[in-house]
Design a protein around this ligand. Structure first.
Ligand SMILES: [Zn+2]
Length: 461
């Protein structure tokens, strides 16, 4: 079965550094064994030999380059930018279509090591990459996943912090922050509170990245606890709640709980909910609402969800932030199944296309599941995806110049529901547009970006 594949120009802009990167290695690799490679570290070791040790930035870079050279049909390496100290923020795509978006098929991501001293996730990502590429031909499940999903893996969002962190240090803040002392998981625009923190190169790179590629599902890997923590991290009234945090629930709470439970219950022990220390909290079933644990402003997961409709869960994978390397194999064994099953959940719910009467895709149509007031948008190809549990729903579709539509649909457990929506042009579009402009002024609270207010994804009521 061949899928229709479309080039994605905006992605290629992002990918341009990586293409140069990759091609230089690939061309040499392909042109013969006796060739001398352009860069000293661009060699091709056996990717099976990824050890259970920590890899510094150079070693990680070497592994990623070697793997992308060895598996050119399954991987693409690109950088979304550089850290304060100039280290590349590498992303490895693992997919049967690593360089091109697959029409109608979702993109998902993992981001690890946003806190530089939380090191387990960083190594888990390298092992996950290796696991995917080496299992593709032997494991039908992995083959299916990579044939139907583009998986983007960012092993370290804070390589500068990692560089000054110390192996064996379970607690504390050394290496947590970027090189300018900013906590990157407090550095995103916030829906509930004004966030005055100056944007950092690392978080600016993420903002640019997720504005270019529409991700439907995401996991952010942390350490220092063992729990899957889901939005919201912040709450409208946290200043009155500093002593007893209460939950701050999204309209998609059922989905977020399900996604978090998927991770926790496939993990070797997370769902037992055992506290890391006697002084730390225990989490029933290994999951928690973020704000119920402790509210925070400027977190990445709320930003992903509110601004881009991407369902992101924070995965705390180790009680010890930077455990000794000899424990890494155990962490991999504990998390391997969770890491795979979590991503596969993107193939649950509803997906489809929004087009006009002639079948032309409508980009940036605003979509909302009725009763769930956080919206999402179509891609430039008119595609959309929304993770939903089995049930009966109504999709509300709104696009400039078209008559708004409501479409009823049903979601079952076994496979995603395919839903194609055709929009009819609005009569008297001019009047309609004036009316819409008036309506919009009552809408949003926090504009997502100063330069492009059309990115607002809160659905106009
Ligand atoms: Zn963390």
């Amino acid at each position: 079965m061949t899928s229709q594949r479309f080039a994605l120009p905006t992605l290629l802009v992002v990918l341009c550094a990586c293409l140069v990167e990759n091609l230089s290695v690939e061309e040499n690799f392909a042109s013969g064994l006796n060739v001398s490679l352009p860069e000293p570290r661009a060699y091709i070791p056996d990717a099976h030999l990824l050890d259970f040790v920590y890899h510094n930035h150079e070693e990680m870079t070497r592994f990623l380059r070697a793997t992308s050279a060895r598996y050119p049909n399954l991987t693409a390496l690109y950088s979304i930018g550089k850290s304060v100290q100039g280290r590349d923020l590498w992303v490895m795509v693992v997919s049967a279509s690593p360089y091109e978006h697959m029409l109608g098929k979702p993109d998902v991501k993992y981001v690890a090591n946003i806190h530089g001293n939380e090191a387990v996730g960083r190594e888990l990502m390298l092992h996950l990459i290796q696991y995917f590429v080496t299992s593709y031909t032997t494991d039908p499940y992995i083959k299916w996943l990579l044939d139907n999903t583009r998986i983007h893996i960012l092993p370290s969002l804070n390589p500068d912090g990692f560089a000054v962190s110390k192996e064996g240090t379970c607690d504390g803040g050394q290496g947590r922050y970027n090189a300018r002392g900013f906590d990157l998981n407090r550095n995103f625009p916030d829906y509930f509170k004004q966030n005055n923190k100056r944007g950092q190169p690392e978080t600016d790179a993420v903002k640019e990245w997720i504005s270019k590629i529409q991700f439907s599902l995401s996991g952010s890997l942390h350490g220092g606890a063992l729990v899957a923590s889901y939005p919201y991290d912040n709450t409208p009234n946290s200043m009155f709640q500093s002593y007893a945090s209460s939950p701050s629930l999204t309209p998609d709470d059922d989905i977020f709980r399900h996604l978090s439970l998927t991770y926790a219950s496939n993990h070797a022990k997370m769902s037992r909910g055992v506290a890391c220390k006697t002084s730390s909290p225990s989490f029933e079933n290994g999951i928690t609402n973020g704000a119920a644990w402790y509210p925070l402003t400027g977190g990445m997961q709320d930003y992903n969800y509110i601004w881009y409709g991407c369902m992101e869960v924070t995965l705390e994978v180790s009680c010890c932030k930077y455990p000794p390397a000899h424990e890494l194999r155990k962490y991999w064994d504990d998390n391997q199944l969770s890491l795979v099953k979590f991503l596969a959940e993107v193939h649950r719910g509803v997906q489809g296309f929004v087009t006009d009467m002639s079948g032309t895709p409508i980009e940036k149509a605003s979509l909302k599941i009725k009763g769930r007031d956080v919206g999402f948008q179509t891609t430039r190809y008119g595609e959309f995806w929304r993770i939903l549990l089995p049930g009966v729903y109504k999709l509300e579709v709104y696009a400039d110049g078209y008559i708004p539509r409501d479409v009823d649909f049903m979601v079952v457990d076994q496979h995603p529901t395919l839903l194609n929506v055709t929009m009819q042009p609005a009569k008297g579009y001019h009047m309609y547009n004036l009316l819409k402009t008036t309506t919009t002024t009552t809408t949003p609270r926090t504009p997502p970006s100063s330069k492009d207010s059309s990115d607002i994804i809160m659905f106009p009521e």
